[in-house]
Design a protein. Structure first.
Length: 123
């Protein structure tokens, strides 16, 4: 499974990346929307972990672009804020499959990514 992590906090992103790689995923960490677009143009992606706290509407832009370039790819949105706590992120992004707080334990994040990624890979 190919996972793209879009997270401005390098330490947190590397933590998630290491946990995903231990479970057999090929995880790429990028820290900006522009770099995420480059990665989506250049290679295959099954799953995306995108930080809703990216500047501007970065995470939504990444999700929208992914829906175009990789229609089967699913997005796990993470955030430190409570702005989308009403679940509205699911109506705004058709490829959203989960919404988690940034402080979610990495092993739980990996379980969610793996669960949805396995479903994507089977199609």
């Amino acid at each position: 499974m190919d996972v793209l992590i879009v997270e401005t906090d390098a330490d947190l992103g590397r933590l998630w990346q290491r946990h995903l790689e231990r479970q057999g995923a090929r995880a790429t960490l990028v820290r900006t929307t522009e770099t995420a677009f480059d990665r989506l143009r250049d290679g295959h992606v099954d799953m995306i972990v995108a930080d809703l706290d990216l500047p501007g509407s970065g995470a939504m832009a990444v999700a929208d672009y992914a829906a175009y370039r990789h229609p089967a790819a699913k997005v796990v949105f993470v955030t430190a804020s409570s702005f989308f706590s009403d679940g509205s992120v699911f109506s705004m992004s058709p490829n959203a499959c989960a919404f988690l707080p940034s402080r979610t334990p990495p092993e739980d994040l990996v379980a969610v990514v793996t669960h949805h990624g396995d479903r994507v890979a089977k199609h």
